[in-house]
Design a protein around this ligand. Structure first.
Ligand code: G6P
Length: 609
């Protein structure tokens, strides 16, 4: 939620700030702004709406060159998304400018205190409190004033701070929200995420919890919240700036859908050695797994849907009961967890606030936490006992696709790994499943060949206002994801239902021409879903079914349209059935002229509760 960028160096800061904000816009796009330090003081330019509004505004202004600046792209939490609530926020003396990602929980108390001390507020934001507090505590040295102020703040905050009367430096602060420092030639940077600095450098430092950095053109110094100096070193990241470009695709979402075969290969293949699943740095002994009473999978959004599929796969292969919970629920419901429970958190960003809080909750009960994460060095990765990284690369479209697919494959590998340790599978079964996992990338490519058919179905249905997704067991889990994709990016109301449950209520919503998408890949349940399709057809529904080539005729007898997909073992079919669901949502949203990569009201990285 919210993206931060900052520049200090020998060049003009504004071009860098704007290109960095463009890379961070996935974090929120309600408004954007920059503050630059010039001889005339701090200049703040901010605009409601997309970054392009800010770019246009800046083009019309004849801004003086400035070697120091900070910028922000916002997902509104405190106050409406208007200009006045946009960041950077200035103190009333106009001496301090702040950009912030996170939430200040005690801002009301601090605001009341500062108002009593004569500070005049102009916004509804919690961030303005930070600027005013630093200003109130200002003692001629911005660094020590920031230290004093942050020790009074409660909540989560990544901050970029500049000061008119102590120029030439950015103060960067991190607590519970991500922030990195980039080290350049004669210039240095801060950003919420690495792709924002990659056009300049791949030498970065990811700030750790409760660290403060003082960044000038020539130097970067690191401190804790007491002001004691800390040692650190830069890492060289193996990414180039093209990884966050569309590379000829109309949207990041389509590019990321198409990247799935490669991403799965990168995630899966290095973990298969001599026909065995191998996880580096996962050294829990056999006895631990033998005593395991339960596995909890905890996540949000699409990552939660991975957990819903994972439950079927892990239970089938290991016999261990798996409970799947939304992180926002788990964290507040005193879950029954102990040291015989393995808690798996799944998160693309590694910074989702609810998932992070759920992880901390699990650790209170001495459970081991294994996390499946895409972003290295993210808070969830840092705080977990074990981490399996997906190799999805930066995912920019707000609606996840490639990270989801990579997470799912890691769950398969984990399930197989556990089944072997627990002797729940014979050698041939193990090899067969492993061979199937290896085939997933090629099978996905086969589905891509049918994109024309999917596009023409989207053409037939793009004016719908409702859609229902039905499936059983693993197909139901895939439906949840398909339904979420559709509503996220096309704004079509959609719901997913366990097909057998329809008749207990939802079937009353089916009328002439209601779109029902049926996922039918589970061999033992084909006849059951055929009956469910008949039930909705009898009430006037139009049915698009996704099924394997083998069941094509059976399903096409009862459906209006069929999207055939290749076959794998039933337990891995969600990896294939989700592809046409992603593509259908994409094509439909395109025809509805939606802002596919940045759907309204959403943000990719959700660092608030
Ligand atoms: C947001 C994104 C979803 C994502 C969810 C969880 O809602 O739009 O695509 O599934 O957050 O995010 P995480 O980073 O924890 O996977």
């Amino acid at each position: 939620m919210c993206g931060i960028i900052g520049y200090v160096g020998s060049n003009d800061s504004v071009p860098f700030l704007l290109q960095g904000l463009q890379k961070l816009e996935y974090r929120g796009y309600d408004s954007a702004g920059v503050a630059i330090c010039t001889d005339n003081g701090l200049n703040v330019i901010k605009k409601k709406g997309r970054l392009e509004n800010l770019v246009q505004e800046i083009e019309c202004l004849n801004l003086p060159k400035s070697n120091l600046g900070i910028g922000h792209t916002r997902w509104a939490t405190h106050g409406s998304p208007g200009d006045e609530n946009s960041h950077p926020q200035l103190s009333d003396s106009k001496n301090i400018a702040v950009v912030h990602n996170g939430i200040i929980e005690n801002y009301i108390v601090l605001k009341e205190f500062l108002i009593k001390k004569g500070k005049k507020f102009t916004s509804d934001t919690d961030t303005e409190v930070i600027a005013q507090l630093i200003d109130y505590m200002y003692n001629g040295n911005i660094f020590s004033s920031v230290i004093n102020a942050v020790n009074k703040l409660e909540g989560s905050f990544a901050l970029g701070i500049i000061c008119r009367s102590d120029p030439g430096k950015i103060i960067a602060v991190k607590k519970d929200s991500p922030l990195i420092i980039g080290c350049g030639e004669n210039e240095n940077y801060i950003a919420s995420d690495i792709p924002a600095v990659l056009s300049k450098t791949n030498r970065v430092y990811r700030l750790k919890e409760c660290e403060i950095a003082v960044i000038t053109q020539e130097s970067i110094k690191l401190y804790d919240f007491e002001g004691s100096g800390l040692d650190f070193s830069f890492e060289t990241v193996d990414l180039d700036s093209s990884c966050a470009e569309k590379n000829g695709y109309e949207h990041f979402m389509l590019k990321e859908i198409m990247e799935q075969p490669d991403v799965i290969k990168k995630t899966v293949f290095p973990r298969i050695k001599e026909n065995q699943v191998v996880f580096e740095n996962f050294d829990l002994p056999k006895e631990y797994f033998e005593k395991l009473k339960k596995i909890y999978i905890v996540a949000c959004g699409s990552a939660y849907h991975v957990g819903c599929s994972g439950k079927y796969v892990i239970e089938k292969l290991t016999g261990i009961p798996v409970e799947v919970d939304l992180a926002s629920e788990f964290r507040y419901r005193s879950p029954i967890v102990d040291n015989n429970t393995l808690v798996i958190t799944i998160s693309q960003s590694g910074e989702t606030a609810d998932t992070l809080a759920a992880l901390r909750e699990a650790k209170k009960y001495n459970a081991k936490v294994l996390s499946i994460v895409n972003v290295a060095g993210s808070p969830i990765a840092n705080e977990s006992d074990y981490v399996f990284y997906t190799q999805a690369g930066p995912e920019i479209a707000v609606a996840t696709t490639k990270a989801y697919s990579a997470q799912l494959c890691l769950i398969y590998l984990l399930a197989l790994y556990l089944s072997k340790i627990l002797a729940k599978i014979d050698e041939q079964g193990y090899i067969n499943y492993l061979s199937d996992i290896i085939l997933i990338p090629e099978k996905i490519k086969e589905i891509f060949e049918g994109i024309k058919n999917i596009r023409s179905l989207a053409q037939d249905f793009f004016r719908i206002s409702d859609a229902f997704f039905i499936g059983r067991n693993l197909d139901y889990a895939a439906c949840m994801e398909g339904s979420l994709k559709l509503k996220e990016i096309s704004y079509v109301h959609s719901e997913s239902y366990a097909a057998g449950e329809l008749k207990h209520g939802t079937i009353s919503l089916i009328e002439d021409n209601t779109l029902v998408i049926a996922v039918a890949t589970q061999s033992s349940l084909i006849d059951k879903i055929v009956s469910n399709i008949r039930e909705v057809k009898a009430r006037g529904a139009k049915v698009i079914a996704i099924t394997t080539h083998a069941n094509f005729y059976k399903i096409s007898e009862v459906s209006d349209h069929v999207i055939p997909i290749p076959k794998l073992s039933d337990i891995f079919m969600a990896s294939l059935s989700v592809i046409p669901l992603q593509l259908f949502s994409y094509c439909l949203a395109l025809l509805r002229e939606c802002d596919i990569d940045k759907p309204r009201n959403l943000a990719k990285s959700v660092t608030v509760e």
